[in-house]
Design a protein. Structure first.
Ligand SMILES: NC(=O)c1ccc[n+]([C@@H]2O[C@H](COP(=O)([O-])OP(=O)(O)OC[C@H]3O[C@@H](n4cnc5c(N)ncnc54)[C@H](O)[C@@H]3O)[C@@H](O)[C@H]2O)c1
Length: 318
């Protein structure tokens, strides 16, 4: 019998898989404080993980732990050096969330391009005609989008952009030109140059030393005045203070953010008061379909791991 810690609740559909399998017993851990994780985790063979931090201090108490199954695809909350040294495997839900995130990007692009909720409030205020002509809106048709990072989500987004007849520039040094061309995109190798001509920018690369603050005041000020940036990847890829400044100085038109340098966002983050930015609380995967798929994949991955039939695409290469 394998004992599995479910760190933070996940959708019932995945938990049912554990309940129906006599070889697995799970326990839900809702208090994710470091002290509680250190106290509770040592008895488990595997765990599922949402956003809580598993640092080396916590992990050093988990002598039985063989596998961490992330409910998602990012893993910046896990100490990779520690798990590599201690032969703990890390799994991700590689097929579950790309569609929901790509749809979220599209929702943000359309919402900002079509006038936020401004038209709606004008109608409700009785200003059916008065201010409506002053609200600036855009078509997506024929516009240039820079997709930065062309993995699962970037590719799912490209399909949606194609159907809106957008021109796609793709920045991903690790994906070859043929793959990009086959998806209808054009490979670009100079990120800053591609930013200058983009009408839309959508961020889908991971947060690394190379991508940290890759969008900052220096390149924001060279962008088109009507450009729109969407970030559903990781907050620190964009320098938030620089973004706020660029929006206030009308250097770009708008931004949509699902992710932040610090989550939950601090009350004094200036972007909370900036009307040119559209915000969501790291919720791109919160559709009913995605929650169910992610939970099923998270638990199935643990079982497949212990039964030695785990799909390679679910394993993070350390
Ligand atoms: N908002 C959310 O709820 C949410 C949900 C899922 C994923 N994410 C985040 O979205 C990001 C992308 O997820 P994915 O599933 O598409 O990942 P992925 O691993 O499939 O794709 C990432 C791509 O980025 C490329 N890349 C790596 N370094 C790069 C660099 N320096 N410059 C340009 N490209 C680079 C890789 O070659 C890869 O093709 C991840 O950071 C993930 O954490 C957020």
């Amino acid at each position: 019998m394998y004992k599995i810690a479910v760190i933070e609740k996940i959708h019932e559909d995945g938990l049912k898989i554990f309940s129906q399998n006599p070889n697995y017993e799970y326990e839900l851990i809702e208090d994710t404080s470091k002290e509680n994780l250190i106290k509770e985790l040592p008895k488990f063979d595997g765990c599922t993980l949402r956003v809580s931090e598993l640092n080396s201090e916590v992990l050093s108490h988990c002598k039985k732990l063989k596998v961490i199954s992330r409910h998602g695809v990012g893993y910046d909350n896990v100490d990779l050096d520690y798990i590599k040294k201690n032969k703990i495997s890390l799994l991700i839900t590689a097929t579950a969330n790309a569609v929901s995130v790509a749809e979220h990007v599209f929702y943000m692009m359309l919402y900002i391009s079509k006038g936020f909720n401004k038209f709606d409030s004008e109608v409700r205020l009785g200003n059916f005609k008065k201010n409506s002509q002053k609200i600036k809106t855009f078509e997506l048709n024929n516009k240039e989008i820079l997709i930065a990072g062309f993995g699962r989500i970037g590719r799912a987004l490209s399909k949606r952009c194609s159907s809106f007849q957008m021109k796609m520039n793709i920045y991903d040094p690790y994906v070859d030109e043929k793959t990009i061309n086959n998806c209808g995109g054009r490979k670009v190798s100079d990120f800053n140059l591609a930013l200058k001509t983009a009408d839309y920018v959508s961020i889908h690369m991971p947060l690394t030393d190379k991508t940290n603050n890759i969008i900052n005041y220096d390149n924001l000020k060279k962008m088109k005045k009507n450009s729109i940036i969407i970030n559903t990847s990781r907050g620190s890829i964009i320098n938030e203070l620089d973004l706020d400044k660029a929006l206030n100085e009308n250097l770009i038109f708008g931004a949509g953010l699902d992710v932040f340098e610090k989550e939950p966002v601090d009350n004094n983050n200036p972007l909370l008061k900036n009307e040119k930015v559209f915000l969501s609380p790291h919720s791109a995967t919160f559709t009913e379909e995605c929650k169910s798929k992610m939970s099923i994949e998270t638990t199935k991955n643990i079982i497949d791991f212990f039964e030695k039939k785990i799909d390679k695409s679910m394993i993070v290469k350390l």
